[in-house]
Ligand binder design. Structure first.
Ligand code: DGL
Length: 271
């Protein structure tokens, strides 16, 4: 068991966005070793079918298991919405998604039960957030909105560009007219637009980033299974992608509080 405690946690996303979840895991669980995989060759997942998202998730889990991970965090809302249930049933280590933690945080924060969800097309179409929120609070009203352009804007480094303000307005102006008092950033890239979105909605709307609660869930699961790495030493982090390793390294350096030395590229179709 002692040896298993030191095994890494596997974290994956369709690309760089999941680093916002990895960052939170590193902050809350500094002793954990982390193996991160970003599927940069096949991003975006938000426009893909359920079958493909399940296939991709299975391949990534097979890859992460070659690194002897003790648990897996699906740091991608789209994969959490469409593949989590399936892969959880097939995997004998804990697999955690971001939807349940995000929904739980929103239900805790809302006063009037009116919750907005911004996400990819696939996440919003799946209505997974709506189902989980309603299970936790049956009288909740959930308003979803797909915001697909947010992803390339973030990836192209346009988070602070004035054009992003316009796109936020185009996607979210209708939501702003509703009674929502809480909004979930239901896509890993959106927390990188958080300050803009907070400014757009003003004080009346509480913005939820599921990453924080996801890291807490991971901690609880590892504790329960006796797998928490309580080492005093800061964990080791390694990064893998399916394409464009250099671009990922550069981007990761802007999200994580330290410089990423190297990212390795693998052929995920082999798994
Ligand atoms: N990582 C995805 C998510 O959180 C967003 C990007 C994509 O469409 O792949 O849903």
């Amino acid at each position: 068991m002692e040896e298993k405690k030191h095994a890494p946690v596997g974290v994956f996303d369709s690309g760089v966005g999941g680093l916002t979840v990895a960052r939170e895991i590193m902050r809350q669980l500094p002793g954990e070793n982390v193996v991160y995989f970003g599927d940069t060759a096949r991003v975006p997942y938000g426009s893909k079918s359920k079958n493909n998202i399940i296939r991709y998730s299975r391949q990534i889990i097979r890859f992460l298991r070659t690194k002897d991970v003790k648990a897996i965090v699906i740091a991608c809302n789209t994969a959490s919405a469409l593949a989590l249930e399936t892969v959880q049933q097939e995997t004998d280590i804990p697999v955690i998604g971001v939807i349940e933690p995000g929904a739980r945080a929103a239900v805790r924060e809302t006063r009037n039960g009116c919750i907005g969800v911004a996400g990819t097309e696939a996440t919003i179409r799946s209505e997974t957030y709506t189902k989980v929120i309603k299970r936790l609070r049956p009288d909740a009203q959930v308003i979803g909105k797909a915001c697909p352009l947010f992803v390339p804007l973030v990836e192209e480094g346009f988070a602070k560009h004035h054009i992003t303000e316009e796109v936020i307005d185009i996607y979210l102006s209708q939501m702003k007219e509703t009674d929502i008092d809480t909004m979930i950033l239901g896509c890993t890239h959106y927390p990188l637009l958080r300050s803009r979105i907070i400014r757009y909605f003003g004080e009346k709307v509480h913005i939820v980033n599921p990453a924080y609660e996801t890291a807490m869930d991971l901690k609880a699961v590892l504790e329960e299974k006796g797998l928490l790495n309580d080492s005093e030493k800061t964990g080791e982090y390694s990064f893998y992608v399916s394409d464009a390793a250099e671009k990922f390294t550069e981007f990761a350096g802007s999200i994580l509080p330290y410089d990423v030395a190297a990212t390795r590229q693998i052929n995920i179709e082999e798994y």
